[in-house]
Write a protein that binds this ligand. Structure first.
Ligand code: FAD
Length: 362
């Protein structure tokens, strides 16, 4: 049996482990956290990633709550900028991260072994395989998948010159509100701050917010920041027992290539993006799907790079631009932005509708 090591058991790493096992590989997953799992509120899973998960036999994701019909983009006072129904796009499903992670790891079979509490510190490769070091321990395999996140140790070892993560200028807050609301959710854009929410499958509400801040701050000032925004935002914040806060970084310089010898980089380790499109985790899942296809078809690993690098490079750029627009603070620019977004959204919706009509069988 061919052997692989996956470094990191985030959403990308565990999906890669499932894909590798289903291609007939023996997989060792090395994770520095003491336990397997995910923290951090909800996550949007877009149709492309749902399709990959379904192709791997991961069940239950498509049943997760779909963003409601009334969803869309609003202003801080609640007036619509554009409603989702007008956009005519397929919407993501919303799921708790821990639930998504568990649905994926439920697919682990006997050929996947997980070593938690194992921090990878070194890696060398030769013609026959790769040796991965974690403290005193050594592991050897024919292939290594580096899924160790935005501050990837493996990337640091293989690309010592690469310029690392860059701060976006804003911080994100996330929480799960234990309250029922009769609102389909969506995003609300203000000046230098945004708020979004959506219903999870269990009825609770996942929300996230952003604010322009210096990097490295701490504390939870989200309640005061959004106190005068439209309902149900203040109600959601009041019903949230715990708030997570993360400064937002991405990898602005494309990493070239995603494959070095027998090591492939996947997920945030290769192409961390700001969360403005809700696609970082989905891209990690799609990377794993692509890796599985390449291995199943006995293609060279370069095919993985050729497929995933252009697609994710675009997403990193677009996510960053959306963030710049979303975090505008100047009142005049914000008014112009909201007007243009409303018009652009309606035009894009009409185009999407026309495309659907043209493509539908007579
Ligand atoms: C506020 C916010 C909201 C987001 N919302 C969405 C969303 O709605 N939809 C979406 O698709 N994406 C979203 N994302 C992006 C998404 O969270 C990431 O893209 C995704 O988690 C990346 O997965 P990953 O497996 O590549 O890396 P990670 O999730 O970072 O996992 C890396 C794993 O590697 C382990 N590790 C690190 N170093 C080592 C080491 N040396 N040895 C062993 N193990 C190691 C870590 O402990 C971790 O478990 C959001 C991100 C943020 C910050």
């Amino acid at each position: 049996m061919k052997t692989a090591i996956v470094v990191g058991a985030g959403i990308g790493g565990v999906t890669a482990a499932v894909a590798l096992e289903q291609c007939g590989w023996q997989v060792t997953v090395l994770e520095r956290a003491p336990e397997l799992g995910e923290v951090g509120a909800g996550i949007s899973v877009w149709p492309g990633a749902v399709a990959v998960l379904e192709s791997l036999g991961v069940e239950g994701v498509a049943q997760a709550a779909r963003v409601g019909e009334a969803a869309g983009m609003r202003r801080a006072d609640g007036r619509w900028i554009v409603e989702a129904a007008e956009l005519n796009i397929e919407l993501p499903v919303m799921i708790h991260r821990a639930q998504l992670h568990e649905l994926i790891t439920n697919r682990f079979g006997l050929a996947v072994s997980v070593h938690t509490g194992t921090t990878v510190t070194g890696l060398t490769q030769d013609a026959t395989g790769v040796t991965v070091t974690a403290g005193e321990q050594e592991y050897r395999a024919e292939l290594v998948v580096a899924a160790d996140g935005i501050r990837s140790v493996v990337r640091g070892l293989l690309y010592p010159e690469y310029q690392g993560p860059r701060y976006s200028g804003y911080t994100a807050y996330r929480g799960i509100a234990e309250v029922e609301v009769a609102d389909g959710g969506g995003e609300t854009w203000g000046r230098g701050q945004r708020f979004g929410f959506a219903k999870l499958i269990d009825g609770r509400i996942y929300w996230y917010a952003t604010a322009n801040r210096e990097a490295g701050g701490a504390g939870n000032d989200v309640g005061e920041r959004f106190a005068d925004w439209h309902e149900p935002i203040p109600a959601l914040l009041a019903a949230t027992p715990a708030v997570l806060r993360n400064d937002i970084y991405d990898l602005p310089t494309p990493l070239v290539p995603f494959v070095q010898g027998r090591v492939i980089l996947l997920g945030d380790a290769a192409h961390a993006m700001t969360p403005n499109m809700g696609r970082g985790g989905c891209s990690a899942i799609e990377d794993a799907g692509a890796l599985g296809r390449v291995l199943r078809d006995s293609q060279a690993l370069a095919a993985y790079d050729a497929e995933r690098r252009p697609a994710t490079t675009k997403l990193v750029k677009r996510s960053r631009s959306i963030g710049v627009m979303g975090q505008l603070d100047n009142p005049i620019l914000c008014t112009v932005r909201d007007g243009l977004l409303g018009l652009g959204g309606k035009a894009a919706g009409l185009l999407a509708k026309r495309r659907k009509v043209e493509q539908s069988p007579v």
